[in-house]
Design a protein around this ligand. Structure first.
Ligand SMILES: [Fe+2]
Length: 233
């Protein structure tokens, strides 16, 4: 169990609590932990992370830079993703069986999300459309968009059932967000990879079901060099 410290760095304090919550995390449908994590992450910004991000970046051959904040604890993954310029984005992708949380720390971001259907619902939609065997497409319900500004304390929760498929796009120059996934990838021994999707509908309607095409991952990623937190002591 962790000791409390009077002069603890804010990010260490936040990550300690997240590690405690993650340690108790079970796939039991209880949602109480989401509220506390949302409150914790609302405090995260460049200042609490003790980092500085530039307002402009030179032309880079990548669409996104990413780096770990802390990764010695297999029960959660925490990282920062930074987009070098307007229009750079992470395309629609999922994190199966994981709870995802996004806190903007720089610029303006647009988060778009879809929810997968439950087993019976998906089977029904596939039967109705004669797509029972087509594994290159998946029906998903459009959840809408969130426009985030770096001054906003809002935390987006893309949980294991609602909004798990999401894209994130920078709308105003350099954009960045703190990303938390529970459980961490190590929990699955790499056996639960992301799937990438494409929605061909330009203006989807919230609550409607669309066929998403499964596409290969073609995102060009680079490394964001960060001072990784080695431990939470
Ligand atoms: Fe994601």
């Amino acid at each position: 169990m962790f000791e409390s410290g009077a002069e603890m760095r804010p990010i260490i304090s936040i990550l300690r609590r997240i590690s405690q919550i993650s340690d108790q995390f079970h796939f039991d449908g209880k949602e109480n932990f989401r509220k506390e994590i949302t409150t914790l992450l609302s405090q995260i910004n460049c200042k609490t992370l003790e980092i500085q991000l530039p307002s402009t970046m030179p032309p880079l051959p990548v669409q996104v830079l990413c780096g770990n904040v802390y990764r010695n604890w297999s029960k959660f993954d925490s990282g920062i993703f930074a987009f070098p310029k307007t229009g750079d984005k992470l395309p629609l992708h999922d994190h199966p069986k994981m709870e995802g949380f996004i806190k903007i720390i720089k610029g303006k971001l647009l988060v778009t999300s879809f929810s997968l259907l439950d087993f019976d619902e998906e089977r029904k939609v596939r039967e109705e459309n004669g797509e029972e065997k087509n594994q290159r497409i998946r029906p998903a319900k459009f959840q809408g968009t969130h426009l985030l500004d770096e001054t906003s304390p809002e935390v987006i929760c893309l949980n294991s059932t609602t909004g798990n498929i999401h894209s994130i796009e920078s709308l105003d120059g350099v954009g960045a967000f703190f990303d938390l996934l529970i459980p961490g990838y190590d929990q699955f021994d790499g056996a639960v990879p992301c799937t990438y999707y494409q929605c061909n509908e330009q203006n989807p309607t919230v609550g409607k079901i669309y066929w998403l095409q499964i596409i290969p991952d073609s995102t060009l990623m680079g490394e964001l060099k960060l001072p990784i937190i080695p431990n939470l002591d």
